[in-house]
Design a protein around this ligand. Structure first.
Ligand code: GLN
Length: 547
């Protein structure tokens, strides 16, 4: 029943597996370290993919409240995933898929389904080997479909947590099966105790001991720290944790997450990984473009503020991809863009001018549920009537459509049927097709869909192409019954999904920059390729001249 593959000779053509674990506390930045490793390996010409194993029981983060888990990131193939996958794509430019995010829920669901179908032939189904086999299968799945030189697997949670035990146990088994084709990178915290004036290695020693109790010896220890690690401390950590001193890597706090690949390069993290997996270490990663990006990020030639209007603005991670896309677009424009968070629940007609004063543009965020809707509509009204650049994403676009109906087309009480089923003017509504999917248990229009852009639009000048594809996550749509009225009044559907006859992009004529999109461009912006819509919005904001 237990299948064991004994150590095999390392084979240069085989896939190498990098496991990234975390100790001491959560939020140390395993996602950023994993992404930085991916960036360095890709910059050396290797093929890489990254996956995240999440120890929670939800099937995916799609149903999780942003207060619980930050943004839900959507892949090309429509998977609702952990926001770390966004970092993976932004750093490495390698697209991820459904298979790149596995939760405990998915693992158990598939084992239980197999049990119900009788696939275990009457065996007692247990954590070991059935759950761990399923985890191992999913770790190896990525490289079974296409060749990768490296598969990086980030294990969510902190070692010592009850819920991550099966994942660590799977790593233990895979280490045995893979031998030199695997390496474990353990990220820990080396705190600085001001009273003692010292950096402390004990929490790191303890977290490595916890891993050893679970049968896993880390090969490389990445130490998150606010002060430089002295040589003596590196030696001490090496001695207590059974690693070479060169395998103790300092990860000092950085101003920007985008500095981390360069810092990890300076610390030779890539070389250590290549050595441990017996891969060639010659040559250097080509980070020229990345360094150019960093230089502009640190030396902007202009600076201004835009408002991010949403209902989760107090949460750092709720609009992660939007914030990162703004950084990419800022660098593209040579500017530092300060993002001012505006809580839509607290915007009303009396304070909107004051709240938006000094801003060069507003971005109205995606979202679900009625809370804060009227504030968004009020902010959009101000932007429309004051020539202030406006960018509406998903719900942000829907609110612009509602605002226009109420205040330009004379449709008093116009709304989305998401918020008011009895509105006299359902300008945003659920389409028949979507209702059918809902009936089948599906919920949303998810993932990449094609969109055709009209050549005479500002959008065409932005994208420089007619056929685009963007990622979606929504249930409601522009209601085509009202299309003619919008066209006559100059709020034009300039991007259409032809197959399903859906409005994807609205652009207001006679306004310097007033664009709403039904999709989520923020999921596709990367350091190497900032999203053209964000770049154009930030350019318009830079050029904004209040009258
Ligand atoms: N709640 C809206 C819908 O379901 C918008 C979703 C979003 O902004 N992602 O259509």
């Amino acid at each position: 029943m237990f299948s064991v593959n004994y150590h095999s000779e390392p084979d240069m053509s085989s896939t190498k597996y990098i496991f990234v674990t975390g100790g001491v506390t959560s939020s140390l930045g395993k996602g950023i370290i994993s992404s930085s490793i991916a960036k360095l390996l890709v910059a050396r010409g290797f093929t890489v993919t990254i996956q995240k194993l999440d120890p929670y029981i939800n099937i995916d983060p799609g149903t999780l409240n942003p207060y619980e888990h930050g943004e839900c990131y959507v892949t090309e193939d429509g998977a609702e995933t952990d926001l770390d996958l966004g970092h993976y794509e932004r750093f490495s430019s390698v697209p991820t898929t459904q298979a790149n995010n596995v939760t405990t829920g998915v693992v158990y669901q598939s084992v239980i389904n197999k049990e119900r179908k009788g696939e275990f032939l009457g065996e007692t189904v247990q954590v070991i080997p059935h759950i761990t086999d399923e985890i191992k299968k999913r770790i190896r799945l990525l490289a079974s479909k296409q060749h990768y030189d490296f598969v990086i697997t980030e294990i969510g949670g902190t070692v010592g947590d009850i819920e991550s035990l099966p994942f660590i146990e799977s790593v233990r088994q895979l280490r045995w099966e893979l031998g030199k084709d695997s390496v474990v990178v353990h990220l820990t915290l080396v705190p600085y105790l001001a009273a003692a004036g010292e950096l402390k290695s004990k929490p790191t020693q303890h977290s490595v001991k916890t891993m050893l109790e679970q049968g896993v010896q880390p090969d490389i220890i990445v130490c998150r720290t606010e002060k430089h690690l002295p040589e003596s401390l590196r030696n001490k950590i090496a001695l207590f944790c059974n690693v070479n001193p060169s395998s103790v890597i300092e990860c000092i706090d950085a101003e920007s997450i985008y500095e981390v690949p360069v810092l990890m390069r300076q610390e030779n993290l890539d070389i250590e990984i290549l050595r441990k997996t017996e891969m060639p270490t010659d040559g250097i990663p080509d980070l020229r473009d990345w360094e150019k990006f960093l230089y502009t990020l640190k030396n902007p030639t202009c600076s201004f503020s835009i408002g991010l209007v949403g209902k989760y603005v107090e949460l750092k991670d709720a609009y992660k991809s939007i914030n990162e896309s703004i950084i990419h677009a800022g660098v593209s424009n040579g500017c530092k863009v300060n993002v001012i968070s505006l809580h839509s629940e607290f915007i009303d007609e009396n304070n909107v001018a004051e709240k938006l004063a000094g801003l060069n543009g507003i971005l109205v965020a995606p979202g679900f549920g009625e809370r804060g809707i009227e504030g968004k509509i009020t902010a959009i009204n101000y932007a429309r009537t004051h020539n202030l650049p406006f960018f509406g994403i998903c719900l942000g676009m829907q609110c612009a459509v509602i605002e226009f109906a109420r205040n330009v087309l004379g449709m008093k009480g116009a709304h989305s049927t998401e918020f008011n089923k009895k509105t006299p003017y359902p300008v945003i509504d659920m389409m028949e097709e979507q209702k059918k999917i809902m009936g089948l248990g599906g919920t949303m229009r998810l993932g990449a869909y094609p969109c055709k852009i009209s050549k005479s639009s500002k959008l065409f000048k932005i994208y420089k192409t007619v056929n685009i594809s963007e990622r979606h996550r929504h249930r409601y749509e522009f209601n085509n019954v009202y299309l003619d009225k919008y066209i006559k009044a100059g709020f034009l559907p300039v991007g259409i999904n032809e197959k399903d006859d859906l409005v994807e992009i609205m652009e207001l004529m006679g306004h310097p920059w007033f664009i709403g999109v039904q999709f989520h461009p923020e999921y596709k912006s990367t350091v190497a390729k900032p999203h053209p819509l964000f770049v154009a919005f930030i350019k318009a904001a830079r050029e904004y001249n209040p009258v």
